[in-house]
Design a protein around this ligand. Structure first.
Ligand code: URA
Length: 264
């Protein structure tokens, strides 16, 4: 396990981020290294699955490219990214700086699904790059995963102004994109972080506390779903991190094939 560089430690301290270490793998409370340097500026860090560099997605659709009329559930990665980049299906397109499509390994075993972009995600066009994202990255490292081993997306691809809660019409407008992402990644597990992701994926209004600790299924694809706390909540309530660690271990068991549907 490589050592944290001085710069990385300073960075963690400055962010007030606790370092996550798998307890059963590391009895001593040693520091877990960061995945890398602080988040790269716009467009950096983990490679987004759609090869955005090959073509400007917005232009593809705006110019009536070959997929301009295809239904969302038939789009490939490039066309899907293009469709999202030029989306006007709800009012959130008026206030966004960037759409936030998703990032990571398009063949990932783990798919992490959050709620909606925040200010930093809106600025950079990448999910979970703010403080909550730093914690998520450290949580993933605690189960031996780098950020670009997994695929990370949100229910909403545009930031709700002032980080207000997503509205039903916004989620309805946006979820065909997420559904297509889930189909394309075809993960072994979805980790739903936070109430909105859990409620959407499980079509449930139950409390997060009651949804945790079980293996559910996303009905549309049959994908196993484990629910956990949103990292933003964990930043506010660090005492709950132990429960989030238990959720990650359950998720790891599902991916390893040693836990299956436990829905009651
Ligand atoms: N919160 C989320 O749910 N998603 C992000 O991308 C950032 C913060």
């Amino acid at each position: 396990m490589p050592d944290l560089s001085k710069r990385q430690r300073q960075y963690l301290d400055a962010m007030g981020i606790e370092v996550w270490v798998p307890r059963d793998a590391a009895p001593e409370p040693v520091a877990e290294p960061l995945a890398g340097p602080p988040p790269a500026p716009a467009g950096g860090e983990a490679a987004a699955p759609p090869p955005a560099a090959e073509a400007d997605p917005a232009t593809l659709v705006a110019t009536g490219g070959p997929d301009a009329d295809s239904p969302i559930h038939r789009l490939d990665w490039t066309a899907l990214a293009a469709r999202v980049a030029s989306c006007t299906r709800c009012e959130l397109h008026r206030s966004r700086t960037h759409t936030v499509f998703g990032v990571g390994n398009p063949d990932a075993d783990w798919m992490i699904i959050g709620e909606a972009p925040g200010a930093e995600e809106d600025r950079q066009g990448e999910p979970f790059v703010g403080r909550a994202g730093q914690l998520l990255t450290n949580m993933l490292r605690a189960v031996g995963l780098q950020r670009d081993d997994v695929y990370i997306a949100n229910i909403l691809k545009c930031r709700p102004p002032g980080n207000r809660d997503p509205e039903v019409e916004e989620m309805e407008a946006c979820t065909p994109y997420l559904n297509r992402q889930i189909q394309l990644v075809n993960p072994r597990l979805i980790l739903a972080v936070g109430r909105f992701a859990a409620h959407y994926l499980l079509n449930s209004k139950a409390s997060l506390a009651s949804l945790r600790g079980q293996v559910h299924q996303y009905a549309a694809t049959g994908t196993p779903v484990v629910v956990s706390y949103h990292p933003a909540y964990l930043l506010r309530s660090p005492a709950q991190k132990g429960k989030a660690w238990a959720d990650l271990k359950l998720a790891r068991q599902v991916v390893a094939g040693s836990a299956s549907n436990t829905e009651t």
